[in-house]
Design a protein. Sequence first.
Length: 143
Amino acid sequence: MKFKLAVVALVGIAVAGAFRAVSAQEKTQWDGIYTDEQAKRGEAVYTDVCVPCHGGNLGGTDLAPALTGADFATNWNDMKIADLFDRVSQTMPLSAPGSLTAQQYADVIGFIMQKSGAPAGTTEIPPKKEALATIKFAAKKPG
């Protein structure tokens, strides 16, 4: 009887662990993936570097697409934040791709998330693509 109980307990623990792993992989920007301080730093970088192409309100221009709103949300829906980090860090700014630090790119993404209505959290977006691979962009807030 004790053996069966132990097996049932171990199976329960394994199932709970698997559920937690799946939940961790389903994290989105709605879970507070940046801090207010990070978004503030990102706003400064955005103002200095990104405004000429993407506009002051992140609404896009003839030169570059919007970084908020329905089109942005649709284009990035179900994509990983790592993919956004990759795109931004490899192609922006247009005049000097890859010229910012990894931290500056992460900060700008924090600012974009803030302006897209995602809540701030207590942990900053890390400046490493690998760390962002488990966070999805979800066009609509779950719930």
